[in-house]
Write a protein that binds this ligand. Structure first.
Ligand SMILES: Cc1cc2nc3c(=O)[nH]c(=O)nc-3n(C[C@H](O)[C@H](O)[C@H](O)COP(=O)(O)OP(=O)(O)OC[C@H]3O[C@@H](n4cnc5c(N)ncnc54)[C@H](O)[C@@H]3O)c2cc1C
Ligand code: SF4
Length: 547
């Protein structure tokens, strides 16, 4: 089994799921091949340019997808080593304990996961350590139990955000510090990798101080001689044995040529949309509706959260540089007036005129985009969308991605927006404008709400769901395909429901969980050195018979 085309494990995609799994498997001695369609993000000054990143879409894929009606869709997604974590806001939340159970929403039911929060908890703790999350426990009333404190202190609020925090506390609320994966040392800024800049959320970090999957996982994994990364390696399809029970070939297009690889275990982690598309493209005689799709769920139940950006203008400027430090979950499950979940209130990175001009929002009367950006608090609201079988990824005749999505469960999101409006009315009077600083703004209707459009697939998940019933799910509880003995999926595809917090930490934690399962499958424990089971897995004996 020691040749350049056969490996123990092939991982397709190097983002939150694939990158984390590669890191987990690296010390095991297993021969791991990481296939990534993109390259490293080039380190250049444009990394930190809002004009280049947000307006010109410098790092977005140029791939064109289609909507259900055939319209062109230019997805806001990124193909690089580290995947979308290169661009993420590094808010690393655990799902709530209740998110793992069934939850009744206004728009329907959010289904239970086949594993409990308690089973995931050790992996959340491990993922927080690995990604050096800074946070505080015990403030957010919806926070699930944790077996350890954060290793790193919460990232401080700048004065305007601290003021908002204090105003919310005065109103009886429980705002808390966003758990963030930034390598910021506030006690000794001179020694800090992170400089706390204004261009973090949505941008690659020019100084590699963000805890993204490339910096924290892929690069350290590559220190091991048994881990290989191939960039520019687009996986086109997966081939199976005649029985259809094993993946026997991974077909890759690289520099215009077709290459073939094989492995005892193949893990798809191309992101929820691309993993579903890959399985659908890999249909064959044994898998006529797509690989691992006897249940018919592959591509279905696409979710991406109900997200909005809300700008709250005030007459006083908001000079905050790094804005994404405060969150509020007081309406996550319900409010005093409403019995259904509403969602999560947080921030985006500080908006500027270039970013605003990309979205072309209505300009408030008497303001310019630049002035608006200098005077706004820029909220990010997330509510849960529910899994709907008709919200799905399919392929057109040429094998290109088609994304059909009808929003649902929007009432809670609308109410969450109204809550933000109410909360801001309760802010203290400012010494210059008095209550008019905020209240006048509201009265003149200067709230500008913008729902994130379909192309905003940042929180994509759900398209290859896991579960214990093979007629209703494509993956088992270990994220192994029910129909294929050596195929796993560890990106956000496996989510049966998505909660209302950002998804990345759950993807990372799950990849660590699947990593433990794989090591067991290869006959080793997490701490034992080289795998004892290699002999069982000789290619001569066919693909692995391990269950
Ligand atoms: C601007 C932005 C901000 C965000 N902020 C946050 C945040 O603050 N907190 C949070 O939790 N989440 C955030 N997210 C979401 C988060 O980044 C994703 O949930 C996470 O990266 C998804 O992980 P994944 O492993 O599913 O896929 P990705 O991280 O997208 O990784 C998939 C990888 O697979 C590669 N790939 C795809 N298809 C193939 C193929 N056929 N062959 C080879 N390689 C392939 C891709 O190039 C990519 O590298 C944000 C996302 C964006 C875009
Ligand atoms: S320096 Fe810090 S704040 Fe700026 S992009 Fe890097 S990690 Fe984010």
């Amino acid at each position: 089994m020691t040749n350049d085309t056969h490996y123990d494990v092939i991982i397709i995609g190097s983002g939150a799921g694939g990158g984390t799994l590669a890191y987990k498997l690296a010390p095991s001695g297993l021969r791991v091949l990481l296939l990534e369609r993109g390259d490293y993000v080039k380190r250049e000054i444009e990394n930190w340019s809002t004009l280049a990143v947000n307006k010109q879409g410098r790092y977005n894929t140029k791939e064109v997808w289609r909507t259900a009606t055939g319209a062109e869709l230019h997805p806001h997604t990124n193909y690089y080593v580290g995947g979308n974590t290169k661009f993420f806001g590094a808010a690393l939340f655990r799902l709530r304990r209740e998110d793992f159970g069934e939850l009744r929403h206004h728009g329907g039911v959010s289904p239970a996961w086949p594993i409990s929060y308690d089973e995931m908890e050790p992996y959340y703790t491990a993922a927080e350590r690995l990604y050096q999350v800074h946070g505080e426990r015990g403030v957010d009333p919806t926070e699930p139990w944790a077996s350890a404190p954060y290793d790193h202190p919460a990232i401080s609020h700048e004065p305007r955000i601290q003021q908002l925090h204090d105003d919310l506390v005065a109103q009886g609320h429980s705002p808390f510090h966003v758990p963030l994966g930034l390598r910021l040392n506030e006690a000794n800024r001179r020694k800090s990798a992170c400089i706390r800049c204004a261009t973090c959320d949505g941008h690659p970090c020019l100084v590699n101080a963000k805890s993204d999957a490339q910096v924290m996982c892929v690069d350290p994994a590559l220190e091991y001689p048994n881990v290989t990364l191939a960039t520019g390696a687009l996986v086109k399809r997966l081939e199976t044995s005649a029985s259809g029970r094993e993946v026997t070939g991974v077909v890759v297009e690289r520099e215009g040529k077709i290459e073939r690889y094989s492995a005892h275990v193949v893990v798809s982690s191309g992101g929820a949309i691309n993993s579903a598309a890959l399985l659908l493209r890999s249909a064959n005689e044994r898998h006529p509706n797509g690989l691992a799709n006897s249940s018919g769920v592959v591509g279905r139940f696409y979710m991406g959260h109900v997200n909005s950006v809300l700008m709250a203008l005030s007459k006083c400027p908001n000079p905050t540089i790094f804005q994404k430090t405060l969150a509020l979950n007081d309406f996550y499950f319900r409010s005093a007036e409403w019995e259904f979940p509403m969602g999560h209130i947080s921030f985006v990175g500080k908006l500027d005129a270039d970013t605003l001009s990309a979205g072309a929002p209505a300009i408030a009367p008497g303001w310019t985009l630049d002035l608006m950006a200098k005077h706004s608090l820029d909220f990010w609201l997330t509510s849960e969308d529910l899994p709907d079988a008709n919200n799905r990824v399919t392929l057109d005749r040429d094998g290109n991605i088609v994304l059909a999505y009808k929003p649902n469960n929007e009432e809670g999101h609308k109410r969450l927006g109204n809550k933000v409006r109410e909360l801001l009315k309760g802010q203290r009077a400012c010494p210059i404008h008095g209550k008019d600083c905020h209240v006048g703004v509201f009265a003149r209707n200067l709230y500008l709400g913008q729902r994130i459009p379909l192309a905003g697939v940042a929180h994509q998940n759900g398209t290859v769901r896991f579960g214990s019933d093979p007629t209703k799910s494509a993956l088992d509880v270990h994220c192994k395909a029910h129909d294929v003995d050596n195929l796993y999926v560890v990106d956000a595809s496996f989510f049966p429901s998505s909660g209302a917090v950002n998804p990345a930490l759950t993807i990372m934690a799950n990849a660590l969980r699947v990593g433990d399962h794989l090591m067991e499958r290869f006959g080793m424990t997490a701490s034992s050195g080289r795998h004892a089971g290699a002999a069982l897995l000789s290619p001569a004996a066919g693909m692995p018979a391990i269950a």
